[in-house]
Design a protein around this ligand. Structure first.
Ligand code: NAD
Ligand code: TYD
Length: 350
């Protein structure tokens, strides 16, 4: 049995990842620590109830005592840190929680991992760790900042984050790197492009547009809609994290992306067509402050060095995703009630 702590496992990517790991490795035990913020939802994991290899703990990664308790109780051997505040628009309105969760939360986990994994925790010069341990920080391509019309993000680029969200993720990456340099803590960092797929909270572009289309609501496009993102199906992100967890070389950063650049307006039109709606729903609204123009990933390191390949084409992945939202209207209704109504009103002026 190998005990893996996944933080943020009740969120979009986390819930997909927890299920992916339990399916792929029946011998592993997954300990999911999640605070269940507005973005965390146990409904995403309901098919795991009764699974003896799955443990859920409601806790805050910033809470050192609780994290210590998790390590002491479950003999954690690897951490996949996904817990985060993840939405750029919210980070513009309320930066502080992004800094405490994404930076301090990561540092607390690093400290606790170091304490439990170091062979001699009291010796500040000790760089020897238990065999097989690893801290995997799930980061984002947004730490690199924005690209112009040409070029791709490569792992060696300087970090130039533009939003409070991406700045907090960049800070966390640097702290993870520092724990590797200073203390020798085994780690990898993954930087993935924009994900889409089942269980994504409808504040992000694709599920928001699907949900609004289904309700014949306006489709708010920021600025001219020509911003470009490099989209990857969440299942392909999960397989890439799995590969880095098992094969990643200590201390290395791996970009993850599927060479799939699309302008926002293209995506919105695809969704409109797939759902048989009218383009008259499109509403161009005021641009997001500091809006990054283009993201695009150079994935040659992970593909050539670790042998990872994405499986989904964008067309197949989008059709499957739209079908999932159509088949799970109850899930959407639950998550867009309550706080979401307030958020949507403040964000989009309704
Ligand atoms: P999400 O917002 O859907 O989920 C985040 C989860 O973290 C939620 O379940 C939430 O309850 C939990 N959480 C928040 N604060 C916490 C805390 N203090 N303690 C414990 N749990 C806490 O996010 P996501 O889209 O699934 O992203 C997961 C990770 O992947 C994030 O680190 C994000 O930066 C990164 N990432 C996301 C994308 C993307 O396109 N969504 C792309 C690249 C990287
Ligand atoms: P988002 O899903 O928030 O991801 P990120 O900002 O992390 O890339 O947004 C994806 C793109 O879609 C981004 O360029 C902003 C744009 N967007 C809109 O045009 N309208 C919207 O209502 C939202 C949520 C996003």
């Amino acid at each position: 049995m190998r005990n893996i702590l996944v933080t943020g496992g009740a969120g979009f990517i986390g819930s997909n990842f927890v299920k992916y790991m339990l399916d792929s490795y029946p011998e592993y035990r997954i300990i999911n620590v999640d605070l269940l913020t507005y973005a965390g939802n146990l409904e995403n994991l309901k098919e795991l109830s009764g699974n003896p290899n799955y443990i859920f703990i409601k806790a805050d990664i910033r809470n050192r005592d609780m994290m210590d308790d998790v390590f002491a109780t479950y003999n954690i051997e690897a951490v996949v840190n996904m817990a985060a505040e993840s939405h750029v628009d919210r980070s513009i309105v309320e930066p502080e929680i992004f800094l405490t969760t994404n930076i301090i939360g990561t540092q607390v986990l690093l400290d606790v991992a170091k304490k439990y994994w170091k062979l001699n925790p009291d010796d500040k010069y000790c760089r020897d760790y238990k065999a097989g341990v690893k801290f995997l920080q799930v980061s984002t391509d947004e730490v690199y900042g924005a690209l112009g019309e040409r070029g791709l993000f490569v792992e060696t680029m300087p970090l130039m984050p533009n939003s409070p969200y991406s700045a907090s993720k960049a800070a966390a990456d640097l702290i993870v790197r520092a724990y590797n340099e200073t203390f020798g803590l085994p780690m990898n960092i993954t930087r993935c492009s924009n994900n889409y797929g089942p269980y994504q909270f409808p504040e992000k572009l694709i599920p928001l547009m699907i949900n609004n289309c289904l309700n014949d609501k306006e489709l708010p496009i920021y600025g001219d809609g020509m911003q470009v993102r490099d989209w990857l199906h969440v299942a392909d992100h999960c397989s890439a994290i799995d590969m880095v967890l098992h094969k990643g070389v200590d201390g290395e950063v791996y970009n993850i992306g599927g060479n799939n650049e699309k302008a926002n307006i293209e995506i919105v039109k695809l969704i409109i067509n797939a759902l048989g709606k009218s383009e008259s729903l499109i509403k161009y609204v005021k641009d997001r402050p500091g809006h990054d123009r283009r993201y695009a990933i150079d994935n040659r390191k992970i593909t050539s060095q670790l042998g990872w390949e994405p499986i989904y084409t964008f067309e197949a992945g989008m059709q499957e995703t739209i079908d999932w939202y159509l088949a799970n209207l109850g899930w959407v209704e639950n998550v867009v009630s309550g706080d979401y109504v307030k958020y949507y009103g403040e964000m989009y002026g309704e």
